[in-house]
Design a protein. Structure first.
Length: 374
């Protein structure tokens, strides 16, 4: 993908890029007062939901085109830029007609290649930044596919928005961040700007600052934060929106990390520690290989004795004992639980493969027409 640097379309704005504003443009007064208060905090790019894709009908789905006229008037008076979400070609045409500066594609739209292609076709020949939110489910290929469709349409001012992923599990987040997925996206496309949406990850305003800092710690390029003049009275996503004053406080406390340092002492010690980590990782991989060899032997013995690969008592014992070991070594319980869940699932797969292979060999192995005993 041919991706222009964020500096080429973020000239004059803050770095990291901060986009803030209400989840929904509700009334002209509400939008104007919020935008004015947000600008007073030093933010010059305002977000506002014009069309709101809701899960169920008969709920507030945005004001629509009328809000675009409000935005046009506010842009002129306050000298700010606006970003809005688009979900089809008509939205794109209307947003461009009213001079919207940045478009983004929402998570519900990213999941559909048909919708993304329709938007991409509508943007051919248009020089405007377009941000793509991750799909609802943790599917990196689908996220990349949406970006590729826009790139092939000639959109070079591309960026990604990380807003977390839905899960059936009960967690402290509205949408689980799964930081490894946007980090892998950045690894594959180093020039792609990634903006974090802490509001949708958190679902609660009390967590927005915490998640914003994590995004800065992993070197994201910006934040898009839902901000409302009176969040408790918001018509949508009231629980996760912050006030303009809270936004200002968050920004003042945000620690911006450097991507690198030229300090010789730092570089020397970092390389020494990384070398030690490389050796530790090598040893860890060798231990995992040894573990899988033992698992294969277990699979063979279970096959010989007609014992099932999965043993519930053993599963429970693994998780109980490993968590105790982790606690004694000051390792986080959640990390060890996830690690051994992955290891145990892989062990079951390996045992099943061994048992199936032995079964197949026993059925097919004959010599001079005589069946060999399994």
């Amino acid at each position: 993908m041919n991706i222009e640097s964020i500096d080429s379309w973020n000239a004059g704005s803050s770095h990291p890029l901060i986009i803030a504003g209400p989840c929904s443009a509700e009334t002209e007064e509400q939008l104007y007062e919020t935008a004015k208060a947000v600008k007073a905090q030093g933010v010059s790019v305002i977000r506002a939901g014009v069309w709101k894709p809701r899960t169920r009908p008969n709920t507030f789905e945005g004001v629509g085109q009328e809000a675009l006229q409000w935005i046009s008037d506010i842009k002129k008076e306050l000298n700010v830029q606006f970003a809005v979400e688009v979900a089809n070609a008509m939205h794109v045409e209307e947003a461009l007609h009213f001079g919207i500066d940045i478009l983004w594609i929402g998570a519900r739209s990213t999941v559909s290649p048909f919708i993304v292609q329709e938007i991409a076709d509508a943007l051919k020949g248009v020089d405007i930044p377009v941000l793509v939110k991750n799909p609802i489910n943790p599917d990196l290929a689908l996220w990349i596919g949406a970006l590729e469709r826009l790139s092939q349409a000639g959109v070079n001012k591309l960026g990604a928005i990380h807003r977390g992923f839905s899960t059936h599990q009960k967690t402290r987040y509205r949408n689980v961040p799964m930081w490894q997925i946007p980090i892998e996206l950045k690894r594959q496309y180093p020039d792609l700007p990634i903006i974090c949406d802490p509001s949708h990850i958190a679902g609660k305003r009390e967590m927005v600052a915490e998640i914003s800092q994590v995004a800065m710690d992993v070197n994201f390029d910006g934040l898009i934060i839902e901000t409302h003049r009176d969040p408790e009275q918001a018509w949508s996503d009231a629980r996760q929106q912050v006030t303009p004053d809270s936004l200002g406080e968050l920004m003042s406390k945000l620690q911006i990390r450097k991507s690198s340092s030229e300090d010789i002492e730092f570089i020397t010690h970092l390389e020494e520690l990384r070398t030690q980590i490389d050796h530790a990782d090598r040893e860890m991989v060798e231990v995992l290989a040894q573990r899988m060899q033992l698992v294969e032997q277990i699979g063979a013995w279970k096959k010989k004795n007609n014992v099932a690969a999965f043993q519930l008592d053993r599963w429970n014992e693994v998780f109980r004992s490993r968590k105790e070991w982790a606690e004694s070594l000051q390792l986080r319980e959640k990390f060890i639980t996830e690690l051994f869940n992955l290891l145990h699932v892989e062990s079951i797969k390996k045992q099943t493969e061994v048992m199936d292979k032995l079964e197949s060999e026993g059925e097919n192995k004959t010599e001079f027409g005589l069946r060999v005993e399994k």
